[in-house]
Design a protein around this ligand. Structure first.
Ligand code: ADP
Length: 545
């Protein structure tokens, strides 16, 4: 039993100290290793750099053979190298571009028992019949002791990092019913964990180990983005980290190119990395960045997964990303060495339209998925808009049950905890007035020469603007209802109502290919009725007087 210790305790200790040479286990490592050696299905969520590999590498030494399915060839190569240096029987079944010989050599070693751990890509599992045959005969001899699915959130259909090849891993349990599964991820909400467990058909009594998602050495900031100054602002930040490594994430390849050129005009040298950089060049860019030769990289989210650089001091998002999962994964690439590092988002609410437009053009999403994509986007907006502690927000997003850690009051590690405190106010009545005006404006629209109903025109109306174009709306109920508020506050309220789905923005597919001309019409959201019926209250943080 647990109390009396496990039969493998001594071996685990020896492996930790003598093979891997780490002084002690980190939280959850030992527990997860024990669950693995006990033959259970296991899910492990630990932050990047948290030490997931040990959780399956130690059991592989004690109870081989362990097959690790990992999406990234570069990461696989690094790990195999390290293991071989430690004198551990490790190898990788390489993908298509390698000669069939390699596959044959590795599978032969698997059968002869020389290997304790084998890394494969998901593609390889599906494509290589030699590998399949080998796994089958090992299975029949009961020598296949565990499948490890690394980056398990890649199964998540609506995530940044969804991989088609991962879907087929759903068959592992059916094909090899007696082989326990370990799924690992650095970013998975509880919802995603449940979905992964289900998709992989993992046991009802799977053991789930969640390390705290909080990264105490990371500082979080959201900065207002103005198109005119954003490059100068970014340059300013880079200059505060002379010679230090950083990543600037952009939404598109074109953005990357633009940012790189604009930085060059300010005498800052950076390299770009995106899907259109040819593969050999990409590897070279990554290498120069890793070695510190080019400290600054301007990249799309194609960059970073599996790049193990520990001394990244800052990550900048030129536009806010489409979900908090993606954001935390990208931000988390900073400060893996445990020293202070900063993650900054340049926030412009208008970028929401771009995300919605990009989601629209990805036309093969089922409606339920499109709804989830939108929800995630709204939560990202909420993160940027909300005036409470950033790290508390992130932690409760990933871990709804846990008590979210706030920044410590004397060592605030987010911009919100450094700012003047705000007071929570009930603005339900004001929100109802907004909705009343919206309904009236939409109903009136076909008649007069009223302006298009957008977040900005509605804001003008609520402020009681005297502009000529507002004339057709002046008699509507709710016009000027927020006359005493400031413009930024009205905007904040409207955005809050969008985040809460009282209002919604309907993004039109632009006529031209350029996403800049996208128009977002303000419409009533799915909780509009609930607000009007008094079933929903709207709290809003407002600066204290
Ligand atoms: P990830 O969770 O991102 O896969 P890794 O398994 O690569 O993290 O581990 C990250 C780093 O932490 C590695 O350098 C590893 O040697 C180190 N590490 C893992 N476990 C421990 C431990 N218990 N004590 C000290 N260092 C550890």
């Amino acid at each position: 039993g647990w109390a009396g210790g496990f039969p493998w305790d001594a071996e685990v200790e020896r492996a930790r100290a003598e093979r891997f040479g780490v002084p002690s286990f980190r939280p959850q490592q030992r527990e997860a290793i024990n669950a693995c050696l006990d033959g259970r299905d296991v899910f492990v969520r630990m932050p990047t750099g948290g030490g997931k590999s040990l959780v399956y590498q130690i059991p592989a030494l004690i109870c081989p053979l362990v097959v690790v399915i990992s999406p990234l060839v570069s990461l696989i190569q690094d790990q195999v190298q390290e293991l071989i240096q430690l004198g551990i029987g490790a190898s990788a079944v390489r993908s298509r571009d390698e000669s069939g010989d390699t596959v044959q050599t590795v599978t032969k070693k698997m059968l002869s028992g020389e290997l304790q751990i084998v890394y494969v890509t998901p593609e390889m599992i599906h494509q290589s019949s030699i590998l399949q045959k080998t796994l089958r005969s090992l299975y029949e001899e009961e020598r296949l002791k565990r499948f490890v699915i690394d980056e398990a959130h890649c199964l998540n259909l609506w995530g940044n990092e969804f991989r088609e090849s991962y879907l087929q891993l759903k068959n592992l349990r059916t094909s090899f019913p007696n082989v326990p599964i370990l799924a690992c991820s650095a970013t998975a909400t509880e919802e995603i964990i449940q979905s992964v467990l289900k998709q992989l058909k993992m046991a009802e009594d799977s053991m789930v180990f969640l390390s705290p998602v909080d990264r105490p050495n990371l500082e979080f900031k959201v900065l207002p983005k103005s198109k005119k100054t954003v490059i100068r602002d970014i340059a300013e930040i880079i200059r505060q980290f002379p010679g230090r490594s950083g990543i600037i994430y952009c939404l598109s390849r074109q953005n990357c190119e633009d940012v790189q050129q604009e930085l060059a005009q300010l005498q800052i040298r950076a390299e770009v990395y995106h899907a259109h950089v040819p593969p050999h060049e990409r590897a070279a860019v990554q290498q120069r960045w890793k070695s510190g030769e080019t400290p600054i990289i301007v990249a799309t989210i194609a960059f970073g997964m599996g790049v193990n650089k520990r001394d990244v001091r800052f990550v900048i998002h030129h536009s806010f990303p489409k979900s908090l999962e993606g954001y935390y994964q990208e931000a988390g690439r900073a400060g893996r060495d445990g020293c202070h590092a900063v993650s900054m988002i340049f926030y412009d609410y208008e970028d929401k339209k771009r995300h919605q437009h990009m989601a629209l053009s990805d036309g093969n999403q089922a409606p339920s998925q499109a709804e989830k994509t939108l929800q995630r986007l709204l939560q990202m907006v909420d993160y940027c808009e909300e005036v409470t502690c950033r790290r508390a927000f992130i932690c409760s997003y990933f871990d709804c049950a846990a008590v979210a850690p706030h920044c410590s009051p004397n060592a605030a590690m987010c911009d919100r905890c450094r700012a003047a405190p705000a007071a929570l106010q009930d603005v339900t009545l004001e929100a109802q007035g907004v909705l009343q005006f919206l309904r009236a404006a939409r109903a009136a629209r076909p008649r007069g020469k009223a302006p298009p109903v957008t977040l900005h025109s509605v804001k003008e109306a609520l402020l009681g603007s005297h502009a000529q174009r507002m004339a057709p709306w002046q008699e509507l109920p709710g016009f000027g209802a927020l006359r005493t508020w400031t413009e930024p506050e009205v905007l904040r309220l409207l955005r809050r109502l969008v985040v809460r789905s009282v209002l919604a923005e309907e993004v039109t597919t632009p006529v031209a290919a350029s996403a800049n001309v996208t128009v977002a019409y303000l419409i009533e959201g799915k909780y509009g009725e609930a607000l009007q019926l008094g079933q929903l209250r709207i709290p809003l943080y407002r600066p204290m007087a």
